[in-house]
Design a binder for this molecule. Structure first.
Ligand code: PLP
Length: 364
């Protein structure tokens, strides 16, 4: 057998047919994209270019360049996040992979609130672990009885992602505190994916797990807030014992991460993106107001996604009809064990949003 047993549980997406259909679309209204629709702010691009020109193009220290690690540490301290060690990673994706490698033994269980970012499920499966889903429908809140039901002796950690992809939910502090109480009782780790922490619309900042619980590993990045998705840069901060192991693993896997992007990112943490966020708050209002009559929908409080339930309750069938009408959105089943919703990204120009809403309402 050519392919490793490790991949036995890694199957192509069940909705590949829908993505095949989408690929045939000509000039679609594409509301499926998981990245900002603005480019990296000009001064940060110039910073990256300047360091390329200066010849800063070689390997960098495995754990990241010192000035960026310091900057990240200052940033997290200001936010009141608990951590002992910081490392720079190849996006949050790279950080999550190192954490999975460092923490999961075959048979370990990991609790993930559903809906969830797809990568968690597959990285856990890749390590031989078992993802266990805690349902958060219909209002995308974390509920004690649901979590208590899912905790077992095999539970290794809990993953929290707030602001959330795909729902746009920002979990209230009381929900996070409930999870902390359960985790503390069993001395469990919590992994907190804070990649959308810049995108918060109705309050100055969102509560983060890392502020509330010492045994949190915080993941953050530059892909969303500063639109650097292609530059592949993120960070991990948490207990020293674990982050040190992840640095060792990085040495033998990624070696080090993008050189010039680290220099630009050192400036990014001081680069104010409030105007962009305000633009996205406005887009959130356009989409929510546009859909709320015909769809059962929660108002997103962060990120740049909205996750309405479709009339009739069949997300995949609804998406097929949307594609036939030239709108591309993603079925909720990609992010969930349920197929009742769709994910719409509002990281798109206003005219596409208006047109897309009109068509989706017509289908509904
Ligand atoms: N975590 C979440 C919740 C995401 O939505 C994404 C990207 O869509 C990532 C992590 C990946 O981020 P990065 O580009 O830093 O690897």
């Amino acid at each position: 057998m050519l392919i490793s047993e490790r991949l036995a549980n890694i199957k192509p997406s069940g909705v590949r047919r829908i993505f095949d259909l989408a690929r045939q679309m000509k000039d679609p209204i594409n509301l499926s994209i998981g990245e900002p629709d603005f480019d990296i702010p000009e001064p940060l691009k110039e910073e990256g270019i300047a360091w390329i020109r200066k010849g800063f193009n070689k390997y960098t220290p495995t754990q990241g360049i010192p000035e960026l690690r310091e900057k990240i540490a200052d940033h997290l301290k200001k936010k009141g996040i608990h951590f002992e060690e910081v490392m720079v990673t190849a996006g949050v994706t790279g950080g999550l992979l190192l954490a999975s490698l460092a923490l999961i033994n075959p048979g370990d269980e990991v609790i993930i609130p559903d809906p969830f970012f797809v990568m968690y499920e597959y990285q856990i499966l890749l390590m031989g672990g078992t993802p266990v889903f805690a349902d958060t429908y219909p209002d995308f809140r974390l509920r004690e009885e649901e979590f208590a039901k899912k905790l077992t002796r095999r539970t290794k950690f809990i993953i929290i992602n707030s602001p959330n992809n795909p729902t746009g939910a920002v979990y209230p502090k009381e929900d996070l505190m409930m999870v902390v109480r359960l985790a503390r009782k069993r001395d469990l780790l919590i992994l907190s994916d804070d990649i959308y922490d810049n995108f918060v619309f109705d309050e100055p900042a969102c509560p983060c797990m890392g502020q509330l619980y010492e045994k949190t590993i915080t993941f953050g990045g530059f892909s969303k807030g500063w639109a650097m998705t292609g530059w592949r840069l993120g960070y991990v901060a948490g207990p020293r014992e674990i982050v040190q192991q992840m640095i060792t693993l990085q040495q033998y896997t990624f070696s080090s991460v993008n050189s010039f992007a680290q220099k630009a990112a050192t400036k990014a943490l001081d680069f104010n993106v409030d105007d962009y966020i305000e633009g996205y708050r406005r887009k959130r209002d356009i989409v929510y107001e546009g859909l709320k009559e015909k769809f059962n929908v929660q108002k997103p409080r962060g990120a740049f996604y909205i996750f309405p339930e479709v009339p009739g309750g069949n997300g995949e069938a609804f998406v097929e009809r949307a594609i036939q009408n030239n709108v591309f959105v993603v079925p909720g089943s990609v992010f969930s064990k349920r197929n009742t919703n769709i994910r719409i990204s509002f990281a798109a120009p206003d005219e596409k949003l208006f047109k897309g809403i009109e068509i989706l309402n017509r289908i509904a």
